[in-house]
Design a protein around this ligand. Structure first.
Ligand code: DCP
Ligand code: MG
Length: 354
């Protein structure tokens, strides 16, 4: 058995803005792009969420729902720095840290704490350290696996701590809607609903033969999740291999202009990292279709991936890889970092490695 923590900061970008500008505290803050340029909301403070504002919504819609919302442009370099501070705190607890986003990571603390039910003190200390070091609050979920820990961290947000005891995973998930499970998006959810399955408990208890006949092998995988089973290990150091950004769309997108726009935003978000990180040689585009099929395409253009290279190459990858079907998610990453700190001119002229 493992002891896994899932840590997720509360309203991350907007909490940082409220921390750094006290006049914003208690106010509806919306962090996102301009409404004129069809920008979207990255996140909103809890005060703004009361009006129905949420991530990935068009900023224009957000401001209509919440006319007094204060729109702030994201400061990715700041968020990235805070993310680094968080990562150091995580490392103090265990080297087995898997970063998932700026503000989110899985920690495997099995070596220190043998079961989730004994992890209360460790999780509370981590929350205290985070508050002391960054002046931000985190919500933590503790469980024997990643799936359950993630859902648990969301349970009592903000500033929450939820521990799911060993053996109680299935019971914990049972009352939830099926779309809370990993990989069950609107399309799959519809199919499950059509089959009379709305709650995780119903999926967990369904006859396996029926599930397999109706949904194929995927149905059995969903059932294992529904039963609270998840064998995925915490994979440390992922961050060092790739820096990436991705967007899950509120509605699947099949419009080329909209996708190109979303990709441009991802490029903008990657640029600060591009400036700070080691020079990278490779860019990777990730597409996830509505049926959850994931396509990843890499390109190593033969020069260091600078800002000037990233944008056209990313758009080119999109043209080459997208088959026109509706997309659920778009991601862009840079990797294959050159492990030398000095950027000699020769490095900018690398042989192409496709
Ligand atoms: N983010 C984004 N676009 C999205 C979702 C998130 O740019 N579609 C950014 C802004 C968030 C940060 O990533 O602040 C972390 O995402 P979370 O989903 O953890 O959202 P928050 O931390 O903002 O809120 P919560 O309290 O629900 O975790
Ligand atoms: Mg968060």
């Amino acid at each position: 058995m493992r002891t896994i923590l899932h840590v997720d900061l509360d309203a991350f970008y907007s909490s940082i803005e409220q921390r750094d500008r006290p006049e914003l505290r208690g106010k509806p803050v919306i962090v996102g792009g301009d409404p004129e340029s069809r920008g979207v909301v990255a996140t909103a403070s809890y005060e703004a969420r009361k009006f129905g504002v949420h991530s990935a919504m068009a900023t224009r819609t957000a401001l209509r729902l919440c006319p007094h919302g204060i729109l702030i442009h994201p400061r990715f370099d700041v968020y990235r720095r805070v993310s680094g501070e968080l990562h150091e705190l995580f490392q103090a607890l265990t080297p087995l840290v898997e970063p998932v986003a700026f503000d989110e990571a899985y920690l495997d603390i099995t070596e220190r704490v043998s079961s989730p039910e004994r992890a209360g003190a460790a999780a509370r200390s981590l929350k205290d350290w985070i508050r002391a070091k960054t002046d931000l609050t985190a919500s933590i979920g503790v469980a024997t696996n990643k799936l359950v820990a993630k859902i648990a961290s969301d349970w009592r947000k903000p500033d929450g701590l939820t521990i799911v005891r060993t053996g109680e995973e299935r019971e914990f998930l049972a009352p939830l809607q099926v779309n809370r499970l990993l990989g069950i998006g609107p399309q799959t959810e519809k199919r499950l609903h059509a089959a009379g399955i709305e709650l995780v408990a119903q999926l967990a208890d369904a006859a396996p033969e029926w599930l397999a006949a109706r949904f194929g092998p995927g149905g059995l995988q969903w059932q294992r999740m529904a039963q609270g089973v998840d064998e995925r290990a915490v994979v440390p150091d992922r961050e060092l291999k790739q820096i990436s950004r991705e967007r899950t769309f509120p509605r699947d997108i099949s419009n080329r202009n909209a996708l190109e726009g979303a990709l441009n935003e991802l490029v903008d978000e990657l640029i600060p990292s591009l400036r700070e990180a080691l020079p990278a040689r490779t860019l990777t585009l990730k597409l996830r279709y509505e049926d959850l099929a994931i396509v990843t395409r890499r390109r190593t253009p033969g020069t260091v991936v600078t800002e000037d290279v990233l944008r056209p190459e990313a758009q080119r990858l999109l043209r080459e890889s997208w088959d026109g079907r509706p997309l659920r998610l778009l991601g862009l990453g840079i990797s294959n970092f050159i492990p030398v700190p000095d950027r000699q001119p020769a490095l900018f002229d690398l042989p192409s490695r496709q």
